[in-house]
Design a protein around this ligand. Structure first.
Ligand code: HEC
Length: 137
């Protein structure tokens, strides 16, 4: 009995060291498929934007964008990959990303007006949902 407990403890720590295969797959999916989408469509506000879009120069637009960036990063910073940095837990972030996929609220409408190709396509949404499901398993 005691021996079995020791053995299972050993197995548990060994598997923790090797890394959970589901987590590893989710991480790989994130880096290969999801991150490039987020980089194109979300990093202007949720990440470290190195190149500002041309309209950032327009007075008024700049204030709006700077405000968005501050607020977006405070809420959810994607720049260090998943788990995102911010106030919520990783599983809450998965829930809220799933929510914005469904309601189409991100990127915000005013941003999509000036950045016309920034809305998520159906294909991108599918890829992101796939990653969310994988991350939850
Ligand atoms: C123009 C800037 C901007 C862009 C681009 C943008 N966001 Fe946001 N995002 C915000 C702001 C500001 C907030 C916080 C306030 C709000 O909810 O409107 C936010 C909040 C969120 C939240 C809620 C975080 C929480 O607190 O739980 C999610 C999820 C999210 N964004 C996902 C995305 C995704 C995915 C993309 C890309 C497809 C994206 N955003 C692109 C500005 C942006």
């Amino acid at each position: 009995m005691k021996r079995a407990a020791v053995l299972s403890l050993f197995l548990l720590s060994a598997s923790a060291q090797a890394g959970d295969p589901n987590t590893a797959r989710a991480t790989e999916m994130y880096l290969k498929v999801v991150k490039p989408i987020f980089q194109r469509k979300c990093f202007d506000c949720h990440g470290v934007a190195t190149v500002f879009p041309w309209y950032h120069q327009i007075p008024g637009v700049r204030q709006l964008l700077d405000h968005d960036i501050r607020e977006a990063r405070e809420n959810m910073d994607m720049s260090k990959d998943f788990p995102f940095q911010g106030k919520a837990s990783p599983s809450d972030y998965l829930d809220s990303v799933e929510e914005v996929l469904h309601d189409g609220s991100m990127p915000p409408f005013r941003y999509r007006l000036i950045h016309r190709d920034s809305a998520l396509t159906e294909e991108e949404k599918k890829a992101i949902s796939g990653w969310i499901n994988e991350s939850r398993e």
